[in-house]
Structure formats: structure tokens, C-alpha cells
Design a protein around this ligand. Structure first.
Ligand SMILES: [Zn+2]
Length: 315
């Protein structure tokens, strides 16, 4: 307890030095305290001062270096389920026919995307199978990327190493291969486990739809009628988000009240307060207030200040 290190209203330097390392003692001695306040633990690893499992985990975990070749996979605009699939693909952790064979599974390990039976493998499903070849050819052509490749790792590399003209083009080069692999995987699983066939047109529409959603998150909505070729040519030129604005006006009446409030908190002291003033339009003060509130966050304090006075004005 902190009280064990206090003597005659000041830090007990001797006790501190026998308990703590020298540099921490110096830091403790700079802290001012008030005798009548209760001890309160503050968790330094979180800005709120409160303990959280995630901050403790982040501090304890052993971080490995980031694999640069997987950066496009973990792009924040890509939905997590797609990033996770790509990570499994990269690590060869998908339950494909050739992998399951190694574990002794022998029945029905052929690819479901082709008319003639071929054993399912990473390169087959994602690069050279009938469905894969068709979709890569269609997706690659408008971007000017070579699609005739037998290796999925090289296909992904081709996309991710192509130089972009601008940020929208860069996003397209980053997300498209992720989307293609996701759609191939989805089509494969649906056909294998529910015998549902995805037609070419569905696959293309899904790809365009999903890609537009991701682009919209960063650069605004693209027009509904744009197809893949339109999207690519527009992106390679220089796509600019069209901003629209709307004027919002406050109608002033004769005897309105003007309310100004603010609130703040100090994490080091664990204190928060709010204050404000209510005036008539001519500037005459109606009421001014200031009061301490429950210690939380800055936004909470500001909202609390506004709420307090609006409730007062309503009454
Ligand atoms: Zn196949």
C-alpha cells in the first residue's frame, strides 16, 4: 500500500529505496499526493487508466516480425474472413484433396470445379482449374496483368508487385486477388458440400459487388451500373470521390437561450468536472455552473455537461 511509504506527510525515501529500484524511486518522488485522498490503482498500459486483458496481452505477447509478402492480405479494408482464408492459403492450411490424402483420406478427393476428375490441390483450385483460369483471365485483362500462370503464389505476386498509378488503383491491385480466391473457395465449398453450382455470371457479379463495397469504404460509392472494365479504367485514370454538401441552418427566435458547456477530466488525478453558461440572445447571463462529476473519459464529461444543462433548460 502507498501509505507504507509515507512518513510525516511526505514520501519516506528510505523505505522506497529499500523496496524499489533507484530509477523508480526518483520517479515516485516527483509524484505529489494529498493525504486525505484514497489510494487508487492506475493501469499504465491503457490510456483510460483501467485494467484491460487486451492491453496486458499486447504487453506480454511475443511479436514476430511482420511478413511483408502478407501485407496485402491483412489490408484493413478486406473483410477478416477473406484475410483469414488468404493466410490459410499462404500457410497451406486448407483441407484440400491432396492435403487430406496425406492423412489417409481417399474418398472423393477430386476437384469439383472441373468436368474431368483431377486431384484437388492449391495450384489447381486457385490457379489452373477451369473455374480459376476463367476468373483470373476475366479479372486480369482490364488491369493489364498477365494471367496465364500455373502457380497461385506467382499470380498473387504479379498483382501485388504491379506498380500503381494512384491510391484507388493500388487498392484494386491489393484487394482483387483476395476477392478472387475467396469467391473460388466459396464456389468450391458450396458445390462440394451442398451441390450448389455457381454460374459464371454469379461469380463475376459477386466479384464486382464485393470489390465495390471495399472501394466505397475508402473512396466513396461507385456507380451501380459500372462493370469491372469501367472500374479498372476509371481507377487507372484517377478516381476522385464526388463530395456533396448540404446547408443546415439554425432558425433564431426572439427569446432563445444560448447554452455553452464543456467538460474535461485529468487521468493523473482521477478527477472530472463540467461547467457552462446559459445566456439570453442579448448576452445577459441566466445561469452559470461548474461541478465535479464521476471520473470517466473526456467525451463522457463533455456529454454529461451538455445533458445536465439541457435538462435544466427543459425544466
Ligand atoms: Zn478443377
Amino acid at each position: 500500500m502507498v501509505k507504507h511509504f509515507i512518513h510525516q506527510n511526505n514520501w519516506n525515501k528510505g523505505t522506497l529505496e529499500t523496496t524499489l529500484p533507484r530509477d523508480i524511486v526518483d520517479e515516485v518522488l516527483t509524484i505529489k499526493f494529498e493525504e486525505d485522498r484514497r489510494d487508487k490503482p492506475l493501469w499504465k498500459l491503457d490510456s483510460s487508466g483501467k485494467f484491460s486483458c487486451s492491453s496486458a496481452f499486447q504487453d506480454l505477447r511475443q511479436k514476430r516480425p511482420t511478413l511483408t509478402q502478407l501485407e496485402p492480405v491483412w489490408n484493413k479494408t478486406v473483410p477478416f474472413k477473406i484475410s483469414f482464408l488468404m493466410w490459410r492459403l499462404h500457410k497451406k492450411k486448407l483441407p484440400l484433396g491432396n492435403s487430406l490424402n496425406k492423412f489417409g483420406f481417399t474418398s472423393n478427393m477430386d476437384c469439383v470445379c472441373c468436368r474431368s476428375p483431377v486431384q484437388e490441390s492449391y495450384n489447381h483450385l486457385f490457379a489452373v482449374g477451369e473455374m480459376a483460369r476463367r476468373i483470373w483471365k476475366w479479372v486480369s485483362r482490364p488491369v493489364g496483368i498477365e494471367s496465364d500462370n500455373n502457380n497461385i503464389v506467382q499470380i498473387l505476386d504479379n498483382w501485388w508487385k504491379t506498380k500503381s498509378n494512384n491510391s484507388v488503383h493500388k487498392l484494386i491491385l491489393t484487394i482483387s486477388p483476395n476477392m478472387v480466391c475467396w469467391i473460388l473457395w466459396k464456389a468450391r465449398c458450396s458445390k462440394k458440400f451442398s451441390s450448389k453450382i455457381f454460374y459464371k455470371i454469379w461469380i463475376y457479379n459477386q466479384f464486382v459487388f464485393q470489390t465495390k463495397i471495399v472501394i466505397a469504404k475508402k473512396f466513396g460509392k461507385m456507380q451501380d451500373q459500372w462493370g469491372w472494365t469501367n472500374i479498372c479504367s476509371i481507377a487507372m485514370m484517377d478516381y476522385k470521390l464526388k463530395l456533396t454538401s448540404k446547408m443546415v441552418k439554425w432558425n433564431i427566435h426572439g427569446d432563445d437561450l444560448i447554452l455553452n458547456t464543456d467538460g474535461s477530466y485529468m487521468i493523473s488525478l482521477g478527477r472530472a468536472g463540467v461547467g457552462g453558461i446559459v445566456r439570453r440572445r442579448n448576452g445577459n447571463m441566466v445561469i452559470a455552473f461548474a461541478k465535479p462529476i464521476h471520473f470517466s473519459t473526456n467525451n463522457f464529461s463533455k456529454a454529461c455537461a451538455a445533458f445536465l444543462r439541457i435538462s435544466w433548460c427543459c425544466h
